[in-house]
Design a protein around this ligand. Sequence first.
Ligand code: ADP
Ligand code: MG
Length: 625
Amino acid sequence: MTKKPFKAESKKLLEMMINSIYTQKEIFLRELISNASDAIDKLYYKTLTDDKLVFNKDDFYIKVSPDKTNRILTISDTGIGMTKEELENNLGVIAQSGSLAFKMENELQDGHNIIGQFGVGFYSAFMVADEVAVITKALGSDEAFKWESKGADGYTIEPYEKDEVGTDIILKIKDNTEDEQYDEYLDEYRLKAIIKKYSDFIRYPIKMEITGQRPKEDSDNEFEEYAEEQTINSMVPIWRKNKNELTDEDYANFYAEKHYGFDKPIKHIHISADGAVSYHAILFIPENTPFDYYTKEYEKGLELYSNGVLIMDKCAELLPDFFSFVKGMVDSDDLSLNISREMLQHDRQLHLIAKNIKNKIKSQLQSLLKNDREQYEKFFQSFSRQLKYGVYSDYGANKEVLQDLLLFYSSKEKKLVTLDEYVSRMPEDQKYIYYAAGESIDRIEKLPQTEIVSDKGYEILYFTDDIDEFAIKMIMNYQEKEFKSVSSGDLGIEADNDETATNEEDSHKELFDYMKDILKDKVKSVKASKRLKTHPVCLSTEGELTIEMEKILKAMPNSQDVKADKVLEINIHHEVFQSLKDAYEKDKEKLNLYTNLLYNQALLIEGLPINDPVEFTNDICKVMV
Ligand code: ADP
Ligand code: MG
């Protein structure tokens, strides 16, 4: 019989996995039992929706049978089975998804991370077995097949004899090595413990023959061994259990079992609602951003169960986009089994559940923020962009839900603060919530525009994310305080020498108008600055669009030519200003040179490109000679 090779990506994946992805080999059993349970689910679902199929409750079970003598461990199920084609497609290649293959090619070095984000369920058998055989008969089929493989070099499929529909997974357990006692996976008590730990909530009985000892009849001191079939798991799904009975570890195991992620969730939310709509849900806030989270490929959604039967893998309607990072499941008795995707969108019960869930997630995040700031910041690091995007999209429809979940770096506190914390610290005379936008905290700290606000003793929020300023424009005001960029025209700060500044401005009007003519429509006006203290020059803006926003909009694909209305501000108390005045009186060519230099300097400070760098450097040389 010819051996078929695994598809290329399977082979690499298999090797990598065998060598290290899972640190705990014992989870192979969790994976195989979970597949068995899925297979029974599929059959069970069919019996509920097809009257011609008659099954008994007792017909559904999983059996784990160790054979120590021959080093064989068998996991059997009475599930839906696989046809020959399904064997080929499901076990011959791990993930047909092009994106996995692509990622693997490119990031093989970093393989752990990538693979960590996919389930590689069935293949984990090779962590403990040299040889794996799958004997299976599909529902409605007369033939059965045997799939066999010794690992990375390929597999064979041949016709086989099997009476009942279902699947047997037969593992030839590896020999012990110096580091690894594979024998333990043949030991009843060890197997029992692994099943209890990871698969207790599986809805179908997981049976095993357990050997016990009992006194021999007619004897006081002689014992005999006997075997008895036991059901190892409690079969109560974890989400239907009482929260008080469950430990953090139980939830963490459930998260891993379900492949929601390979990280440790930051928080779990267990809901048992019994009101207008009754449902159970277990939700998780992951710790890490999935690698594809901010791409089109990422699919949000929760698993949806109806009365304990899985009806949908990723029900998107259950999660708002701004909470798309949440993983988990919902089980409700109020939903129909036969519900289709189209029907779901109009299902009133489902909408109620979704609304409920949204509120719950919000309140749980808020309590995390309040009670465990460190964990919250970890979460925020991973998913803040999504929250801010949520504030911005739909014309700010969700800002009320989200604004109190935002954090920004504070100039004063030197750490992340909430808007509420900011406002509660505002001195009475402070009118606005000030912010400064820029590439990094370092760069913002050096912006001349922050000087007067800081000197006044006011706190400034630093915006380093592209989306920050856009999100804030959507919020508009928080607790009746308006947001104000430190670069905006009117800062609402009364300078101590305001009076004189205005007078002086008037007296220099001619000079400033002249400079404006030199710069043409590069700026809207040139004026005496009320905000600069030590720096000679800066740019500010009039109107809604700030310079940071201009930069971001310009960087977007098919951007339009948007421009912030810029004002060149001159510090008239700086020595440079004297030179400007002198030049205005005596040497217009020099004034021309100075004006262009100052304008370009202001651009550089803002992190904007200057139009003609060669001309700029030549201009500097002209000043030097
Ligand atoms: P996943 O469970 O995430 O789909 P696995 O590698 O665990 O990935 O399994 C691959 C596929 O093989 C399953 O989706 C299923 O179609 C099939 N399969 C595995 N085990 C069984 C089984 N015991 N009975 C029927 N089908 C199975
Ligand atoms: Mg699986």
